[in-house]
Design a protein around this ligand. Structure first.
Ligand code: ACO
Length: 333
C-alpha cells in the first residue's frame, strides 16, 4: 500500500509588527493584560502592497526548496484559508506564480482547522488518487476582518502563511499516522464573520419586486471568547486522543505537541490534560498571535529550521476554530 510523508516546510510573515503597546494606544488594554491572558506580545499585519497571495507564494516556494522538489512536479496545491484575496479563492494564482504548471488547485475553508483539513485531504489524494506531490498552504489575514475598536478580539489575531509538501512514499515510510476531524455548526454563534446583504447595487429595481439581490458584505469577527476557550480546552485533547488511537500510539509517544496558536492558556490546558510536559510543547504565538490556518505550519517551520523538530519525531498537531471545526493529525517528521 501507499503512504504519504512530509518532506518540506516553509513560511512567510508580513513586515509590519504591531506590539501590545501599539494596541494599547488604540483600545483600552495593556501589554500586561494581553500577555497574561493570552501569551501574545506581537503580531504581524499586512501593510502596503503585501497580500495573502504573496505570503502564500513565498511560504510555498520555501517548502519546495526544503523538499528539493521542482514546482512542475507538484500535482495539487491546496490553499487553506478563510481570507482569500478573491471571493472565488486563491489556489490557482498561487500555483501559477509558484510555477506549478502541472498542478490543479483549490481552496479549503475551515478557519483555524484549515491546515489540518488540508493535510488530511492531501493524504487522501495521494493514497486514493495516485498523486505524488501535494503542496498544502495554510494562510490567513484575519486583520482584514478584525474590529480594531473591540479589545476582546483585536489583540488576538495576526497574518501569516505556512506550507508543507506532502509526498507519496511506501507504506512503511508513512508519516501521516492518524487523523480526527469534527464540526459542530451549533457553535457558529460563538465565533463568526457573517455576511449581511445590505449594499444595494440598483436603487430602482424597475418593476421586479425583490430583485436584484443586494450585494453581500462581511461583518467583522465576532467572538464569545469564554465559550471558544471552553470549547477548545474540552475538544482538543479528545481529538488528539482519537487521532492517537487511529495511529495506534500512546500519548507518551508524542515528541511535540503543536496546537493551533490561539492562546497560551489553551495550549497549557491541553498539554496538562494529555500529561505532556512543557518542554515538548511548541509555542510561538508570543511573536505572531493567532494566525488562523497559518499557525500550525508557521510554528512547524520555525521548529524544524531551528533544529528543534528532528527527522523521525512524532508531532501531535491540532487545529480548532470557527465553524466550529476542530481536528488533529499525528505526524512523523
Ligand atoms: N484588555 C483589557 N481588558 C480586557 C481586554 C483587553 N484586551 N479584553 C477583555 N477585557 C476585559 C473584559 O471587558 C472583562 O472585563 P469585566 O470583567 O469588567 O467585564 C475582563 O477583561 C475579562 O474578560 P473575559 O472576556 O472574560 O476574559 P478572558 O479571560 O475570557 O480572556 C480571551 C479573553 C483572551 C479572548 C479568551 O477568552 C480567549 O482567548 N478565548 C479563546 C479565543 C480564541 O482562541 N479564539 C480564536 C479561535 S480560532 C479562529 O477560528 C478564529
Amino acid at each position: 500500500g501507499m503512504g504519504s510523508k512530509l518532506v518540506g516546510c516553509g513560511s512567510a510573515i508580513p513586515s509590519l509588527s504591531i506590539s501590545n503597546d501599539n494596541l494599547s494606544k488604540i483600545v483600552e488594554t495593556s501589554d500586561e493584560w494581553i500577555a497574561a491572558r493570552t501569551g501574545i506580545r506581537n503580531r504581524r499585519v499586512l501593510s502596503g502592497d503585501e497580500t495573502l497571495r504573496g505570503l502564500s507564494i513565498q511560504a510555498a516556494k520555501r517548502a519546495l526548496e526544503m523538499a528539493q522538489v521542482k514546482p512542475e512536479d507538484v500535482d495539487l496545491v491546496l490553499l487553506c484559508t478563510s481570507t482569500p484575496d478573491d471571493l472565488f479563492g486563491g489556489a490557482a494564482q498561487v500555483l501559477t506564480e509558484v510555477g506549478c504548471t502541472n498542478a490543479f488547485g483549490f481552496d479549503i475553508t475551515a478557519a483555524c482547522s484549515g491546515f489540518i483539513v488540508g493535510l488530511i485531504t492531501a493524504t487522501r489524494f495521494i493514497k486514493g488518487g495516485g498523486l505524488q506531490n501535494v503542496l498544502v498552504v495554510g494562510a490567513d489575514a484575519l486583520s482584514k476582518f478584525v474590529d480594531w475598536t473591540d479589545r476582546g478580539t483585536c489583540i488576538l489575531f495576526g497574518d501569516a502563511a505556512g506550507a508543507v509538501l506532502v509526498q507519496a512514499c511506501s507504506a512503511d515510510e508513512d508519516g501521516l499516522l492518524g487523523f480526527c476531524v469534527q464540526s459542530d455548526g451549533n457553535g457558529q454563534k460563538h465565533l463568526n464573520a457573517a455576511t449581511s446583504n445590505d449594499e444595494s447595487i440598483l436603487s430602482n429595481t424597475n418593476g421586479v419586486p425583490g430583485f436584484p439581490p443586494k450585494k453581500a458584505t462581511y461583518s467583522c469577527i465576532q467572538m464569545n471568547g469564554k465559550e471558544v476557550f471552553r470549547f477548545a480546552v474540552r475538544c482538543v485533547p479528545q481529538s488528539i486522543e482519537k487521532a492517537l488511537e487511529e495511529a495506534g500510539l500512546p500519548a507518551s509517544s508524542i515528541d511535540w505537541l503543536l496546537l493551533h496558536q490561539a492562546n497560551q492558556r489553551i495550549i497549557d490546558a491541553a498539554a496538562n490534560r494529555l500529561d505532556i510536559p512543557s518542554d515538548k510543547v511548541i509555542s510561538n504565538l508570543a511573536n505572531y498571535g493567532n494566525t488562523s490556518a497559518a499557525s500550525i505550519p508557521l510554528a512547524l517551520d520555525e521548529a524544524v529550521r531551528s533544529g528543534k523538530v528532528k527527522t523521525g519525531d512524532i508531532i501531535a498537531a491540532s487545529g480548532f476554530g470557527a465553524g466550529l471545526t476542530w481536528g488533529s493529525a499525528i505526524v512523523k517528521w
